[in-house]
Write a protein that binds this ligand. Structure first.
Ligand code: C2E
Ligand code: CA
Ligand code: CA
Ligand code: CA
Length: 274
């Protein structure tokens, strides 16, 4: 786990009392982290599966903790959601990611959105403000939502997604295939794109069932006119199979891990103009 540059932030003590105490410590640390500017974004490029040109990059948040370690989102996003910090943190992510895309010039940017941000009720205003303040064209911003967003409060989710569409941003259904009723949602909500969850990509070269699922998601995407991205592509063989099966775009360690903004800028600059 160290090879990806992450440290661990040990806040789960073995005993319950310590657990609660250290949870409070983490909570306070997290709130302070936003004020102190300790969050950073890395960006993972997404590539056209055939030309391997970068089409966009996904913002992935990390916490550069005072201890010096880089903390992965799985270790703090759930608590940030619980204590409501995800709303201001998400706003910072949106603003920072849009500003990065303006710097890059051509490619798009994707931002992950938590259910709590949709629930907060002012996601549309926040997105609108991020676009206005950075000057990013709405069609270059894509929001990645999981079906958790849709499960919680269907009417609110539908209204919010419709309002976001009116702003002109793109909507992607993230982690497709891992939930319970993705098929129903894909029909009822205005998604432009699907991201095939990496668990199916991981063993598509070795497990017939996984490849069949990937193929059927690709077929569904085609039939519904959505673009499909495969995430978690780690090998040349997976990439080859995805190309054969007609996948539009790929993301994963094979082509590029998440990188900082300047590295993405360099990669984009090195691409010949389209
Ligand atoms: P996700 O949106 O599904 O993001 C993809 C995760 O897979 C990222 O982990 C990425 O680093 C990792 N990944 C990329 N390529 C590969 C690969 O080839 N193999 C494998 N095994 N993994 C790969 P990361 O950065 O740790 O993010 C984890 C999750 O945290 C994200 O999953 C997303 O749900 C959440 N997250 C990250 N940033 C944000 C954010 O700004 N806001 C919100 N609400 N959630 C975020
Ligand atoms: Ca995502
Ligand atoms: Ca995903
Ligand atoms: Ca995920």
């Amino acid at each position: 786990a160290k090879r990806d540059g992450f440290g661990t932030y040990r806040f789960y003590a073995p005993e319950m009392n310590e657990h609660i105490a250290s949870r409070r410590v983490l909570e306070a640390d997290l709130r302070r982290a936003l004020q102190r500017g300790e969050f950073v974004l890395h960006y993972q490029p997404r590539f056209d599966a055939h030309s391997m040109r970068i089409t966009s990059a996904e913002a992935l948040v990390r916490w550069l903790a005072p201890s010096g370690g880089l903390v992965r989102p799985a270790e703090f996003i759930p608590l940030a959601e619980e204590i409501g910090l995800i709303v201001p943190l998400g706003e910072w992510v949106l603003h920072t990611a849009c500003a990065a895309a303006v710097q890059w010039g051509t490619i798009g940017v994707s931002v992950n959105v938590s259910p709590a941000q949709v629930r907060s009720g002012d996601l549309t205003a926040t997105v609108e403000r991020a676009l206005r303040e950075t000057g990013l064209s709405p069609d270059r911003l894509e929001l990645e939502l999981t079906e958790g967003v849709l499960l919680e409060d269907t009417d609110r989710a539908r209204d919010t997604l419709a309002a976001l569409k009116r702003l002109g941003v793109r909507l992607a259904l993230d982690d497709f295939g891992t939930g319970y009723s993705s098929l129903g949602y894909i029909r009822r909500f205005p998604f432009d794109a699907i991201k095939i969850d990496k668990q199916f990509v991981a063993d598509m070269a070795t497990t017939r069932g996984s490849r069949a699922i990937v193929q059927s998601i690709l077929g569904l995407g085609k039939a519904l006119g959505m673009s499909v991205t495969a995430e978690g592509v780690e090998t040349a063989e997976q990439l080859m199979l995805l190309r054969l099966d007609g996948c539009d775009e790929v993301q994963g360690f094979y082509a590029s891990p998440p990188r900082d903004q300047a590295v993405i800028a360099g990669l984009v600059q090195a691409q010949a103009p389209a």
